[in-house]
Design a protein around this ligand. Sequence first.
Ligand SMILES: C[S@@+](CC[C@H](N)C(=O)[O-])C[C@H]1O[C@@H](n2cnc3c(N)ncnc32)[C@H](O)[C@@H]1O
Length: 205
Amino acid sequence: MWPVYADTMIGLKRLENIQYCIETVLSESIEGDLIETGVWRGGGCIFMKAVLVAHEDQGRNIFVADSFEGLPKPDENKYPADKGNDFHTLAPYLAVSQETVKNNFKKYDLLDSRIIFLKGWFKDTLPTAPINKLCILRLDGDMYSSTIEVLESLYSKLSIGGFCIIDDYVLNECKAAVDDFRAQNNITSELIEIDWTGRYWRKEN
Ligand SMILES: C[S@@+](CC[C@H](N)C(=O)[O-])C[C@H]1O[C@@H](n2cnc3c(N)ncnc32)[C@H](O)[C@@H]1O
């Protein structure tokens, strides 16, 4: 089910959605940097960079956030929705080192000083990350914790008109985190389907 060699597992429709969201923010001059939280081999972020370069954007950073060690063990007391989640056991496949991801950027000649790595667990790295404003917030951390922690740390930094993209809405844990966060924050922007698991919305207020 997961790719053996590809640099991303997200598939064409979700790649096209990244391109659509970036081209929209560029054409409407929506301010901010881009981030993907949960990058695996880096292909989603590499594609973001390729789209920026194709449009000759020189000013935006791309934050590449990951443990580079796979997913965390569930904290079932804090996040009951993650009870029984065993994705951390998939580390042999899901843990890709920061060095490997950097080399993947280099393969496409797309590594420069505007690619900023945030290595560590989201709960530790994101609250203090040097991020002022985002135009694209792309979440791909699979679990309740790895979704809600990102939304709680970063959604307030997403510009009005920016895009929040959810890769894992098909997973109950992720869906619960997104639904809870949207309800708690009165987010009523339409949650739009990308494919069987991808969803996104545009921040309206
Ligand atoms: C499904 S993969 C991401 C796939 C990737 N976006 C792509 O384009 O193929 C999930 C990634 O999230 C990371 N991850 C999940 N939860 C995390 C957390 N709480 N802190 C840091 N990294 C996390 C894992 O290490 C893994 O690399």
